[in-house]
Design a binder for this molecule. Structure first.
Ligand code: GLN
Length: 313
């Protein structure tokens, strides 16, 4: 009842799939060697509504690395443990207007970590999650993501190894954070757990369900389990609105008006609060590191289904 009629949604998703499937703009991320080799033609769309209807199109079984979309759920986990005020005080939520890996978030932002969705702020967020060992933290994170997805998720080991061998920039960020007392556990250990969380495999349907958990006020619509406190949801979604697509966030807000999060693996998930979530996977990225086709599809679908949260009608 809260979502538009299923046939209408199906028709719009199909239109979007056909319209954008042959778009060859953008290119795979290549600073993580594994990602350069993923088939650029993979393309999947999934919608999960708050009443647990599932609509899929294309390559929705392929498990890709969640990458920066993980940051949303680690933020949620940190808030579960510490409450929103403490997390806000320790991390902040200011858009940086800079690339996701920029040290400007640390050296030139009043919060010295930017927000939880740029790498610096995300590494700091991981460092807030409690656990006596790195493994304990990592398992807690993986379990939490799995609850949001409603299925057991696993690490893509090759992605993890590929990124762990090349993540000098993130290690540098972790020590910059330390310089400003804005990291709350061992810097390199935090980067390692962060690298693992980015290497978690999800398919488009699982990602849409993770999004639907946010749209459904923190309750996974498939399992009925409460994963995130209702009071945390507005903080998470507003942060997605201002910083979910990094230095593409303003353009995204202007064009689409939905809180969303992208990852360099090629996924984007967008949330229509109270209605559902749409996840799109297509590896080629624009300059800011956001999937080209995923942005096009979500914009197209959101416009036609009138999902823009700023639209008065
Ligand atoms: N793991 C990636 C990194 O740290 C995540 C970046 C992203 O998806 N934007 O660079």
């Amino acid at each position: 009842p809260v979502a538009p009629r299923r046939e209408q949604v199906e028709a719009v998703v199909k239109e979007a799939y056909e319209k954008f499937r042959n778009d060859t703009n953008g290119k795979n991320a290549d600073y993580i060697p594994y990602l350069a080799k993923v088939d650029s033609k993979l393309f999947g769309i999934a919608i999960v509504t708050t009443d647990n209807q599932v609509l899929t199109m294309g390559d929705v079984k392929y498990a890709f690395s969640i990458q920066s979309i993980s940051k949303v759920y680690s933020l949620a986990l940190a808030m579960e443990e510490l409450g929103p005020d403490k997390v806000f005080e320790k991390i902040g939520s200011e858009p940086t207007g800079r690339p996701f890996n920029s040290p400007v978030a640390v050296v030139d932002m009043p919060t010295h970590s930017g927000n939880p969705f740029v790498n610096a702020g995300a590494i700091a967020t991981v460092s807030l999650i409690s656990g006596s060992t790195a493994d304990e933290k990592w398992n807690k994170i993986l379990n939490f993501y799995s609850k949001a997805a409603g299925e057991k998720l696993v690490l893509i080991d090759e992605v993890y190894k590929s990124e762990a061998a090349t993540n000098t920039g993130n290690k540098a960020l972790s020590y910059l954070l330390a310089k400003y007392d804005r990291i709350y556990a061992d810097p390199f250990e935090s980067v390692d757990v962060y690298t693992k969380q980015c290497s978690v495999g999800v398919n488009a349907t699982q990602l849409a369900r993770m999004g639907a958990t946010l749209a459904n006020n923190g309750v996974n619509p498939a399992t009925g389990e409460r994963v995130i406190k209702a009071e945390d949801i507005p903080h998470i979604l507003s942060t997605m609105m201002v910083a979910g697509l990094y230095d593409g966030s303003g353009t995204w807000a202007w064009n689409v008006g939905l809180p969303a999060k992208s990852g360099v693996g090629g996924g984007i998930v967008a949330i229509a609060p109270g209605k559902g979530a749409i996840a799109v996977f297509a590896p080629p990225l624009d300059e800011a590191g956001n999937s080209v086709k995923a942005q096009e599809v979500i914009r197209y679908v959101a416009e036609r289904l009138n999902y823009n949260i700023f639209s008065p009608t």
